[in-house]
Design a protein. Structure first.
Length: 139
C-alpha cells in the first residue's frame, strides 16, 4: 500500500441466482438463434436454439448445476471491469479532456483566472444583483 493511496476495501460483487443466470443465458442464446432470420430472413441458428433450450431446462428444473458457470461468468465480469474501465477512462481523458484543454490554451481562455495579480486587493468577483422578480415562477 502506498502512503498516498488510501487503503481500499473491495466488496465482493453480488452474483445473480443460478436460475436468473440460466434464464438470461437462455434468452441471450435464443436471440442469437433467431437474429439472422429477423434481420435478413436467413437461416435460424439451430445450435444456439439448442443451447437456449438447454439453459432454459436447467434453469427451471436443476439450477444448481449452473452455479460453476454463473461464478465463472461473474469472475469474467470482474476481470473485464478491471481491464476495460481504465482503458475507457484513458480514452476519454486523452480523447476529450486533453484536446479541449489544448484548444482553450491556444485561444487564451482561462475559466478559473488563476493568474497572480499584484495590484488586486481581493480575488472575489463582483456579481450584479439579479432582478427581484427574476426568481419567481421558475418552472
Amino acid at each position: 500500500m502506498n502512503a498516498i493511496e488510501p487503503h481500499r476495501v473491495e466488496k465482493p460483487v453480488p452474483v445473480s441466482s443460478d436460475r436468473e443466470f440460466g434464464l438470461v443465458m437462455a434468452a441471450f442464446m435464443a436471440v442469437i438463434a433467431i437474429w439472422p432470420y429477423i434481420m435478413a430472413h436467413g437461416a435460424v441458428r439451430y445450435w444456439a436454439g439448442a443451447i437456449s433450450v438447454l439453459f432454459l431446462l436447467l434453469a427451471l428444473f436443476i439450477p444448481q448445476i449452473l452455479n460453476p458457470l454463473n461464478r465463472a461468468w461473474g469472475k469474467l465480469g470482474e476481470i473485464l471491469n478491471k481491464l476495460i474501465a481504465p482503458v475507457v477512462m484513458l480514452i476519454l481523458f486523452f480523447g476529450v479532456v486533453t484536446p479541449i484543454a489544448m484548444l482553450m490554451r491556444l485561444t487564451g481562455k482561462r475559466p478559473l483566472d488563476l493568474k497572480y495579480k499584484s495590484d488586486a486587493t481581493t480575488y472575489w468577483i463582483q456579481k450584479e444583483q439579479p432582478e427581484p422578480d427574476s426568481m419567481k415562477r421558475q418552472f
